[in-house]
Structures are given as structure tokens and as C-alpha cells.
Ligand binder design. Structure first.
Ligand code: FHN
Length: 583
């Protein structure tokens, strides 16, 4: 049979073309490494989650039968063998997932994080990977599953907490109390597979989840490598799953995770890195009879200052052994919800600032609106703030009453006459020209004018050498919420400031932190004009206290030293300010 010339020539031509194309086409550059598939999904999920602003944290388990702290009381206040058998009696017959989800919704909480497994290893879902779980209790029902479905019915985003630290599991190396004991035959490789199996179970059976909150990264057996491996594993299962920063070691520059988790404190103002403060509504994470419940004012103050810092608030409840959230906690959450029903628009989908949060209050912004949350009525009804760099078009006291404003001379003055009775938080809405989020963050107070402001300093002692938090600079920053602190038992200490050049001074203001009592018994102010010269005592005094002011004949000096000679305990100073004569 004659060969098909046309076919052969076609083949030859295409072969030639492909060779030519290879030889003539410039080599395509190697593909640039593309962002992982989950990067975009995570970024979108983060923006959505940040807009939710307020969530419920739930710490619960058989330990509620004892009213002691989950995980931590195992092998401590509760003998291990007793703690580990509590599940055999755990029968929360009044558990009603819809009631919990409704309580969260009514509180204005847009998401809910349930502790599915804490450090004690007990699992609130019928996991296939250990019998130490809810299906082996008298209650048997799947708490995680029921709550996940209830949250979806109520429009509350369901999220989970999972402790990578597990003092109960035989393969995890450490044991109670508090990880101080060692297990006889640990196997971290096998334990890591257990963690992968369980987290997959949670995502596949109850997901998609909003966030997966990990905890327990601080113990040695867990490593950043394991964290990175698990993070990638989870993103592979659910690309838009948000994971907190407790899979890594939270040290150094590269912190693994999608959001930071300041705990029992309000995180610092940060519009760049997402963060969420977790805080207990009482004192203990898990149920504790007669625990101290935060007031409504305390809860609202935490909420507005967290949102004002551009963070989310995860407020924790610890349900009772019968499955109910304690009625007085439900009532407090309902009160918060009343406030959120009025002012939620000033919290949800907002960004923190432009005025930095503090003891005065906080601010959030959205579009051309700035919301000010004042935690105390301003003296004489006049609030003075540094002027905004944009025109203020209007002001309204949303919490009731009249308000006028004037922005001139570098100041924004608000003249308020709040309605009676004064609400726990005064809420002001400003409309400004342009996008409020474009206004660079600014302090809500005026610079003191202190010559020592942010000047180089040193001290004879700093509390546990934690210079970043308690160093002398914290008394020179005009921030009434930061302080220089010294170690307990310190009876004498000094703080020295270099003004940078010889300056004429005539007045000091010293604000002692008296939270722990007026500790300073005797102190003196010393100056010198040159670094090696003798210190000259300007004046001596006994007690210091809050807002200590002293003027003195003008003197020229470059170095100033606040020298505490006698103290009942470690002196601690909110602010040390130095002024020219006549200030
Ligand atoms: O040890 C836990 C504690 O019990 C609680 O779960 C908190 C919540 O963030 N996390 C750990 C302490 O940092």
C-alpha cells in the first residue's frame, strides 16, 4: 500500500514546526513561584472575619462538674485519676445548642469558638481516634455537631478551638500537673498524626469552619516545623480557614498564623496585622460557681477599645455542668446585645481609629464617619482632642443629648450635654470630609511638652528585665497606661533621662502608679550638666502619689535623675515629665 504522502508530509511539517518553534521561540522564563492557592481565600476570609468584630468563646467539659479550671486543675486541685473519670458522670441534660447560639446572637456576637479539646484531652465530639470523648459519657450526644448546626441556623459563624498540647494522650510527652510530669512512652510522630486525623475530622464533619483556634504551642514537644506542617495541612483541607498564631512559637519575626491572640488584655493598636483579644467574662475560663462577673461597663469598655485598636473581641463564657450558660452571664450578654443593637453599626465592619484607644475611650471609622466612644463624661462637658487633618462636617451624640463642636487652633472641641442618666459609654458620630480611614492614627491627647518626652533613658532596675513593657521609656511616653516598673522588693531605684543637650528646667510632674499602694516613701530630683559630673540634688520629698507637681528655681541641666531613696516595695511610675520654667 502506497504510503500516504500527504499524511507523512503533514507529520514532517508539524515536527519541523515544533522543532523550529522550540529553537526559534525565546525560552519562556521559569514560572514565578505563585502564592499558595489558599493565600487569596485567606485574605478574603480575614477581611470578612475582621468585620464581624465580636465573638463568643466557650470553655466547657467534664471539669465543669468540679468548677475548677479546665486542663490546669488536672493533677493539681483535682487528682488526675479523679479528673480523668469525670466524663463517666458528665450528663449535661439541659444542654441546648440553639439556646447557646441564640444567646451569642442576641449578644451581638457574630461568631462562636467552641473548645473541642483542651489540654485535658477530652473531646466534645464522637471522634474515631480516642475513646476519651463525649460518646462515652452518659450524655453521648455530639456537642460539636449540635452546636455547629445550631450556629448555622442562627447565622453565627461556627469556629473551633483545639489544643495541640494534650496532657492526657499517652503519645504526647508531657503530663499534668501543667506539663511538669513526663509520659513513660511518648511518640510525637504518632501524636502528630492523631492531631491531623482529629483536625481533619473537625473540618470534614463540621466545616467549613470560620477559624480554627489552636493553643498550647509553648511546650517543648511542639515545634514550629510541626506548626508549619499542620498549617499547610489545614489550608489544604479548607483554603479559607483562618488559623490563629498559636501553631508556631510566637517568637521572632516569622510568626505562623493568620491572626494574633492577645489574651486577657486588649491588644495594641494595629491596622496591619489582624488580631483578636480573648477575654473571660468572669475570671476563670471554665465554669466556676460565684466567679467574679465583669460589669456591663467593663465589658463595653473592653469591646470598644478592642474595636478601636482594629481588633476583634472573643469574650468567653464557661457553661455549667448541667449544660446551661449561667443565667447571670446570659443576662450580661443580653445587656451587651442591647448596646450592640443600638450602636453595632459603629463596631461591625469598621476599622480602628483614627484616635488611638486609651483610658479616655476609643474611636472607629467607616466611610466618612468617625465614632468616638467616651468612657467617662468629659470634665465640664468639654472634650478636647487634637484637631483632625480634615474638615468635620457634623457631630451627633448618638447616646442621647446635645453636642456642639468647634475645630480650630489645632484642637477639636466637643461640647456635650449628655442626656440623663449618663450611659455607660457616650457615643459620638462625626461626619468628616473624605474617607475617615485615610486619616493617619493620632493620640487622643495633646503632647505634654515634657522635655523628657521619648528622650534616651536608663534605670537601676526594670521589672523582670522586661524593658519593652516596663522600661524607663514607658514613663516618658505621655501614655497614661504605660509605666516604668521595678522588681518586687526593690526599696530604692532611679530613672535617668538624657535631655540631649543642656536645657533650662523649672518644673516636674511625676505620676506614681498607686494601683498597689503609694510605695515611694522618700525621693529626690537630681541633675547634672555633664555626664561625669556630680549629681546636684534639686529637691527632696517624702510621698509621691498621683500627679506630683513641683516647681523650682530655673536650673540648667542635661541629665535628670528621679532617685527613689526609700520605697515600701518596687517603685512604679506612670509618667515622669520635665518642663522649662513657667510651664
Ligand atoms: O492554657 C490555656 C487556657 O486554659 C485558655 O484556654 C487560654 C485561652 O486563650 N489559652 C491558654 C492560656 O494561654
Amino acid at each position: 500500500m502506497r504510503p500516504n504522502v500527504l499524511l507523512l508530509s503533514t507529520l514532517a511539517l508539524s515536527l519541523l514546526l515544533s522543532c523550529r518553534s522550540t529553537s526559534t521561540k525565546t525560552q519562556a522564563p521559569p514560572p514565578r513561584p505563585t502564592a499558595p492557592a489558599w493565600k487569596e481565600a485567606t485574605a478574603k476570609a480575614l477581611r470578612r472575619w475582621q468585620g464581624l468584630r465580636f465573638g463568643m468563646f466557650i470553655h466547657w467539659g467534664p471539669v465543669s462538674l468540679k468548677g475548677t479550671e479546665i486542663g490546669w486543675s488536672r493533677g493539681g486541685r483535682i487528682p488526675k485519676e479523679v479528673y480523668d473519670r469525670l466524663y463517666l458522670k458528665f450528663d449535661p441534660v439541659k444542654f441546648d445548642a440553639d439556646a447557646w447560639a441564640e444567646t451569642a446572637r442576641r449578644a451581638g456576637m457574630k461568631y462562636l469558638v467552641l473548645v473541642t479539646k483542651h489540654h485535658d484531652g477530652f473531646c466534645l465530639w464522637p471522634t474515631k481516634y480516642t475513646d476519651y470523648n463525649i460518646s462515652h459519657t452518659p450524655f453521648k450526644r455530639d456537642i460539636v455537631g449540635e452546636l455547629a448546626r445550631a450556629c448555622r441556623r442562627k447565622g453565627v459563624l461556627f469556629c473551633t478551638y483545639y489544643s495541640i498540647l494534650d496532657w492526657h494522650h499517652p503519645d504526647y510527652p508531657t503530663d499534668s500537673p501543667a506539663g511538669r510530669k513526663k509520659k513513660p512512652h511518648p511518640n510525637m510522630d504518632r501524636y502528630f498524626r492523631f492531631v491531623e486525623d482529629q483536625t481533619r475530622e473537625l473540618i470534614e464533619n463540621y466545616g467549613p469552619l470560620g477559624t480554627m483556634w489552636f493553643d498550647g504551642d509553648w511546650e517543648r514537644p511542639w515545634t514550629s516545623d510541626l506548626g508549619e506542617k499542620l498549617y499547610a495541612f489545614l489550608k489544604g483541607l479548607q483554603p479559607d480557614l483562618l488559623v490563629d498564631n498559636r501553631l508556631g512559637k510566637r517568637k521572632g519575626k516569622r510568626v505562623l498564623g493568620d491572626f494574633a491572640t492577645p489574651e486577657q488584655r486588649i491588644g495594641s493598636f494595629d491596622r496591619v496585622h489582624p488580631w483578636e483579644t480573648c477575654m473571660t467574662i468572669c475570671r476563670q475560663w471554665a465554669w466556676k460557681p460565684q466567679d467574679k462577673l465583669k460589669t456591663l461597663k467593663e465589658c463595653l469598655s473592653i469591646l470598644v477599645r478592642t474595636a478601636g485598636g482594629d481588633g476583634n473581641l472573643l469574650l468567653n463564657v464557661g457553661p455549667m455542668p448541667d449544660g446551661r450558660i449561667e443565667p447571670r452571664q446570659v443576662k450580661r450578654l443580653e445587656e451587651i446585645g442591647d448596646w450592640m443593637r443600638k450602636y453595632g453599626d459603629c463596631i461591625y465592619e469598621t476599622r480602628g481609629g483614627p484616635y488611638l484607644p486609651g483610658t479616655w475611650g476609643a474611636s472607629t471609622c467607616k466611610g466618612d464617619r468617625i465614632h468616638l466612644f467616651l468612657l467617662e463624661p468629659p470634665p465640664k462637658g468639654i472634650l478636647e482632642l487634637p484637631a483632625l487633618p480634615v474638615k468635620v462636617l457634623s457631630a451627633r451624640l448618638l447616646s442621647g443629648g446635645k453636642i456642639r463642636f468647634r475645630q480650630e487652633g489645632g484642637k477639636l472641641r466637643l461640647f456635650l450635654s449628655p442626656s440623663d442618666p449618663v450611659p455607660p459609654v457616650l457615643v459620638v458620630r462625626l461626619r468628616v470630609e473624605g474617607k475617615a480611614f485615610g486619616i493617619p492614627p493620632l493620640p487622643a491627647r495633646f503632647p505634654s511638652g515634657s522635655l523628657a518626652f521619648h528622650r534616651p533613658s536608663r534605670a537601676s532596675n526594670v521589672f523582670r528585665k522586661r524593658v519593652k513593657i516596663y522600661g524607663p521609656a514607658k514613663a516618658l511616653d505621655d501614655d497614661p497606661e504605660t509605666r516604668w516598673a521595678t522588681d518586687a522588693g526593690t526599696k530604692a531605684a532611679w530613672l535617668e533621662v538624657d535631655l540631649g543637650s543642656v536645657k533650662e528646667i523649672g518644673k516636674v510632674r511625676i505620676d506614681e502608679c498607686v494601683r498597689y499602694g503609694r510605695r515611694v516613701r522618700k525621693f529626690q530630683l537630681e541633675v547634672r550638666a555633664d555626664e561625669d559630673g556630680p549629681w546636684k540634688v534639686l529637691f527632696s520629698a517624702g510621698r509621691m502619689g498621683r500627679n506630683f507637681l513641683r516647681t523650682f528655681p530655673p536650673v540648667k541641666a542635661r541629665w535628670i535623675r528621679l532617685h527613689v531613696l526609700q520605697a515600701a516595695n518596687g517603685p512604679t511610675i506612670w509618667e515622669f515629665q520635665v518642663f522649662p520654667p513657667g510651664r
